[in-house]
Structure formats: C-alpha cells, structure tokens
Design a binder for this molecule. Structure first.
Ligand code: VAH
Length: 320
C-alpha cells in the first residue's frame, strides 16, 4: 500500500491532487504537506493527516517520511513563471535547493519522487510546432531554467542513486477549485471567472498567441498514471511532454461565448506575460508519453469549457 507525502498540498495542483490521491489510496495514506500560512482547510484538513513540510528543511521532511513510512513524494513546491521572474532567488531556493533536499530524503528513505516540469522548460529557439520530447531547452526565464534543472537533477538521482524519479512537462492547467498563483497561463482560468460573474475580461495575452493547456482532471491523472506506470517500459523519466489542447485567447473566448453569448473580452497585453508566452511552444508532441505509459487526455476545449462554466456557476453563484 502506498504512503504518500504531497509537498505543496494547498496550491493549485496540490489541493486537487491530494484529494484525488486520497480517493485512490485512502485518506490515511496521503499526508498533506504545507507551510505555515498556507494551512489545509475544509476537506483537505479533514480528509487525512497533514504536516508542515517545507522543502527548504530537509530534516523536517525526513521526520515526516519516517513517521508516516512514506514511499512516494509528490513535490509541488515552486513559484510559477511570472512570480518567479519577480523573485528569482526565491524561485531557485524553493525549486532547486528544495528539490535537492527532497531528492536526498528520497535517496535515504527509498521514496519515489514526482516533481513536475513544464512547457516553461522550453525556450525561444525550441521548435514551436509539435515540440519534440527530446529537443533544445534554452529557456530565458528563471522558471524555465529551474524546470530544466529539475529534469536533469531528477534524472541524475535516478542514474546515480537509483531513486525512482518521474515527471511530466505540464502545460497550462485550468481548474475551478484553487485559483492559480502567478503564472503566464492564468488568463485561461481568469477568463472563466469573468464570464460567470458577468464581467468584461481584460486579456493580458495577445490575440493569436497559442499555448498548450490541460483541464486539471487530466493533469492529475497524468501525474498519478505516470507514477503507477511499469518502470520497465519507461525510456524517458523526467519531463514527459503531455498535452490536451492548444489555443490562442480568441479561441477560448469564442468557445465560452457559445454558452455565454453576451460575454465581452478586450486585450491589454502584459509585456512580461506576453514575452514568456511567445518563448513557449505553440503545440507539443506527446507521443513519448502515449507510447511509454499510455497517456491520453479526456478533455478538449469544448468539454472543458462546459464543465468549467457549470462548476464555477455553482461555486460562485450557487446555481447551474
Ligand atoms: C505558469 N501555469 O504559467 C504555469 C505553468 C505552463 C504554465 O508552468 O507559470
């Protein structure tokens, strides 16, 4: 039976991943790791054990791993791309110094480790269309630099010490549960909140700027299915391209207007977000994930839009 520690369990991915893991493995087998000031609340607090797990404190994490006999760590501690550009040293401290601590704890305690990478690990001279699994990665953001290092350091710990490290390169993740925290793709979440609230949406990303995206249920499944995959079939390990859809702002706007006809959007391009978005792929080739561990997305733009609008209407307005 798996005993799992989720580091960053109250963040955009962590909050839903912890709940999903508890459904699959039993609440008592999944520890919600958090940092002071970001305590689990409600279902996350009541659904199973929680503990302060700060990636910058290796000893603290090691004590949790021993106390709960942890065999799998999902490490979701990171600053997202825009916030990271404003706090590059902190981004490195959490993303890489923290990862080093996680990998050392995993090495000493025989834990498997999932630490997500991102399409942010690609840069302006990476092929933008159907970005290959194996290609040049020279990102120009500290977020991207830290994600390339995440992939390489995780591979190193597998090759040198046999630590079972695995990860995917997430596209923009869209969710109605926990709002995103400072990313370039946040607009694809914010647009739904504006539509349901009957507000005009001011889009910070320019018309025509395509980025890969994924509905959160698919993202959670990608992480869990990779960690459950037969290791003998894995040729790659850290940084599998995964995607579900790719669209520019005008396409998601048009899809929402099919259900919210009077919804309005205008553009006010944010220079930092736009420069980051333009350096990222327009679309990913995720054939390696499909071949090596059977990856398949379930949601596309239309089905995600329908579900997001339905769920957010209940969450924000109390009605369908
Ligand atoms: C961000 N949502 O925008 C994150 C993610 C691929 C995007 O890494 O920074």
């Amino acid at each position: 039976m798996k005993n799992i520690l989720v580091i960053g369990s109250t963040g955009q991915i962590g909050s839903e991943l912890t709940t999903e893991l508890r459904k699959r493995y039993g609440g008592e087998h999944v520890v919600a790791g958090y940092i002071p000031g970001a305590e689990p609340k409600g279902e996350l607090a009541e659904g199973g054990p929680s503990a302060i797990a700060d990636v910058t404190n290796g000893e603290q994490m090691a004590a949790i791993v021993r106390e709960y006999q942890i065999d799998t760590i999902y490490n979701l501690a990171a600053l997202l791309s825009v916030v990271a550009e404003q706090k590059p040293r902190l981004a490195w401290k959490i993303g890489i110094d923290g990862l080093w601590n996680v990998l050392e704890v995993a090495r000493e305690n025989q834990c498997a480790v999932f630490t997500p990478s991102s399409i942010g690990s690609f840069g302006p001279n990476t092929p933008h269309e159907l970005t290959p699994q194996d290609t040049i990665q020279r990102p120009k953001t500290i977020y991207g630099v830290s994600k390339v290092c995440t992939e390489l350091l995780s591979d190193y710990y597998y090759t040198k010490y046999g630590v079972d490290t695995r990860s995917v390169r997430f596209p923009g993740l869209i969710s109605y549960v926990t709002p995103p925290g400072g990313g370039t793709t946040d607009y694809a979440v914010d647009i739904f909140y504006a539509a349901v609230r009957g507000e005009k949406f001011v889009c910070p990303i320019a018309k025509g700027t395509r980025m890969d995206m994924m509905y959160m249920p698919d993202g959670l499944r990608a992480a869990i299915e990779l960690m459950e995959a037969n290791p003998d079939k894995l040729i790659h390990r850290n940084g599998f391209n995964v995607t579900a859809m790719s669209f520019p702002p005008e396409k998601i706007y048009a899809e929402i207007r099919k259900r919210v006809p009077d919804f309005k959007m205008v553009y006010e391009v944010d220079p930092l977000k736009q420069s980051i978005a333009e350096s990222w792929p327009d679309s990913l080739d995720d054939s390696a994930a499909r071949e090596e561990w059977g990856w398949r997305p379930n949601f596309g733009l239309a089905t995600m839009t329908r579900d997001m609008l339905e769920k957010l209407s209940i969450k924000l307005l109390g009605k369908q």
